[in-house]
Design a protein around this ligand. Structure first.
Ligand code: PLP
Length: 481
């Protein structure tokens, strides 16, 4: 494809995306294809010869074959899981990254890729009111990872490096080393323990407060004391700011001193909620982080208008992270790395190669500014609080958990029904609402009971969309009552 052909075809692709965003609301939010339907509509064999008509054909296939198999995460009725924001500036930043085609594994393989990323992570730390210790100009620093799952894993590698005085990289680790996380912690923490070779049995489950669903520091203290007395080694505590089920916020200010006293690495998983701290009135979610967190992650790709993938990950002291992940084959040696004057981000992550993801963050932050980012988060939080007001005022429903951000977890009450039957009815309401095509919701379990999660976070969601979703839920409950 010559640059001229690229110019012409590129305009058509950008037009296709813009048109998609204009009409996404007219499409059913959740994909309705049957398993195997998309595969069956695609040729089983690759084409032998290329064609300059392939873009026309591909755009046709995109409409006919691919779109029906898409669940529209940018649809204003998408309130499932957590959001995965896309935005014009972010897509354009990603396009620039693709166009440059940079592989930024080393500072030397494109200095701007590393240095822009360092500045973006410093900007983001400032925007979120995170500690200056996370900035790249001291012993700490920030990096873009592919996901919070990946960040939880590399945090564990750093924690194990610290707990073993560095021998984890030569000797490996045994199940003597333990990880502590609440019962509400994301499954990626257990997965990290498995991948680290510790096994699931090395993860201690800390109890939560039954009302707030936040970690109980008293129980953590007990577990740490019992394990240390038994000669085991607590390696990492994971506190979550905004749990996946209900956005519970673990009390970092109380957990932190326990970690300090026990010499344990404190990692904060703020995958969804961390970006909310762009609003000064929500910074309380990070209470204790400045004093105690050894590492922290939050996903710009969930709720901060940045396309997947863009997880911001910071450490207070980078030595244990790079100590755990750095390995230097001859073919990567270069003068800049040897000089010690540069950061090579390959030493901060699992993969060697890395894309120029800072470009999309740069576009997003420059386009929206701090004010625009705050308005985006504030708008969703206000909508969720209004929704909670409607649910709270309806005697047929219960709000099952605190909702400080933009997720509301609710449950129809089904008077006279046994728990199993009530849970079945709640699921059937959810399924019917999703079949409407106007809204897409998911569920979770709280205290063993099925609840509906409404996560407001798509950039185009307005009050009307939230009201429509609430009306649909009420209508489906009424039809079963
Ligand atoms: N941690 C928490 C608290 C989450 O809520 C999630 C996903 O929702 C994750 C980790 C995993 O996020 P990612 O998809 O970035 O790995």
């Amino acid at each position: 494809m010559s640059p001229d052909e690229f110019r012409a075809h590129g305009q058509r692709v950008v037009e296709w995306i813009a048109h998609y965003w204009e009409r996404v609301e007219t499409l059913p939010v959740g994909s309705r294809v049957a398993p195997g339907q998309v595969r069956a509509a695609l040729p089983a064999r690759p084409p032998e010869s290329g064609s300059d008509r392939s873009l026309d054909e591909l755009l046709g296939d995109l409409d006919e074959v691919v779109l029906p198999g898409i669940t529209h995460w940018q649809h204003p009725g998408f309130m499932a899981y957590f959001p995965a924001n896309a935005s014009g500036p972010s897509v354009l930043g990603d396009l620039l990254s693709s166009g440059l085609g940079v592989q930024g594994m080393l500072w030397a393989t494109s200095p701007a890729c590393t240095e822009l990323e360092q500045v973006m992570l410093d900007w983001l730390a400032e925007l979120l009111g995170l500690p200056s210790a996370f900035r790249n100009d001291g012993p700490g620093g920030g990096v873009i990872q592919d996901s919070s799952s990946g960040s939880n894993f590399v945090a564990l590698q750093a924690a194990l490096h610290k707990a073993t005085d560095g021998s984890s990289i030569t000797e490996g680790v045994s199940g003597r080393y333990l990880v502590y996380a609440s019962s509400q912690t994301h499954s990626s923490v257990e997965k990290a323990a498995r991948m680290a070779g510790l096994g699931s049995a090395a993860v201690r489950t800390v109890d939560v407060d039954p009302t707030t669903l936040a970690m109980l520091p008293g129980h953590l203290a007990e577990l740490l004391a019992v394990d240390q007395a038994a000669g085991l080694v607590p390696a990492m505590v994971v506190a979550t700011i905004g749990t996946t089920s209900t956005t519970a916020i673990d009390p970092v200010a109380e957990i932190g001193p326990l970690c300090r006293a026990a010499g344990v690495w404190l990692h904060i998983d703020a995958a969804y909620a961390g970006v909310a701290a762009v609003c000064p009135n929500l910074r309380w979610i990070n209470d204790g982080v400045t004093e105690y967190a050894d590492s922290y992650c939050t996903d710009a790709h969930k709720w901060l208008l940045t396309n997947f993938d863009a997880t911001a990950f910071w450490v207070r002291d980078r030595r244990h992270l790079t100590g755990a992940l750095s390995i230097l084959p001859e073919y990567l040696r270069n003068e800049a790395s040897d000089s010690g004057a540069v950061v090579d981000y390959r030493d901060w992550q699992i993969e060697l190669g890395r894309r120029f993801r800072a470009l999309k963050l740069w576009m997003v932050i420059r386009w929206y500014g701090a004010q625009g980012l705050r308005a985006h988060i504030e708008g969703h939080v206000a909508l969720a609080q209004e929704l909670a007001g409607w649910v709270g005022a309806d005697e047929g429903f219960e709000i099952v958990a605190p909702h400080p951000l933009a997720l509301v977890c609710l449950r129809p009450l089904w008077p006279g029904c046994a728990d199993d039957e009530a849970d079945r009815l709640t699921m059937s309401v959810l399924e019917s609402v999703n079949r409407s095509g106007a809204v897409y919701l998911t569920h979770t379990k709280v205290a063993g009971r099925t609840v509906i999660r409404m996560a407001i976070g798509a950039p185009s969601t307005t009050r009307e969309h939230v009201a429509r979703a609430w009306d649909l839920i009420r209508a489906e409950v009424a039809a079963r009552s």
